[in-house]
Ligand binder design. Structure first.
Ligand SMILES: [Zn+2]
Length: 96
């Protein structure tokens, strides 16, 4: 079976034969981003439909599994992102 008409999801690497989302990455469309990557519906929903506040702690823990594979810059960028994430979680807990 060939891969004609199929696109690889930028995030999970799966071949998408159905609907392919056109995801603006790394800069969101609302921030003027023009670069588009293909994404499966599941990954696109995970990225854009979940607010950072709703991102489960279990998923954040999974991110840490990849930490040893990252460059210094990626680790520090991620550390900064994790701060924003946990500040959201803290504010969420405070407001019920
Ligand atoms: Zn995907």
């Amino acid at each position: 079976m060939g891969t004609e008409g199929r696109t690889e999801c930028f995030y999970c690497g799966a071949l998408v034969s159905g609907r392919v989302e056109r995801d603006h990455f790394p800069i969101p469309e609302g921030c003027g981003g023009l670069n588009i990557v293909p994404a499966c519906v599941s990954c696109h929903d995970m990225k854009d439909r979940f607010l950072l506040n709703d991102w489960p702690l279990e998923w954040a823990a999974k991110v840490m599994n990849d930490f040893p594979l990252m460059s210094r810059e990626t680790r520090i960028f991620l550390a900064k992102s994790m701060r924003v994430y946990f500040e959201h979680k803290k504010a969420q807990a405070r407001h019920g």
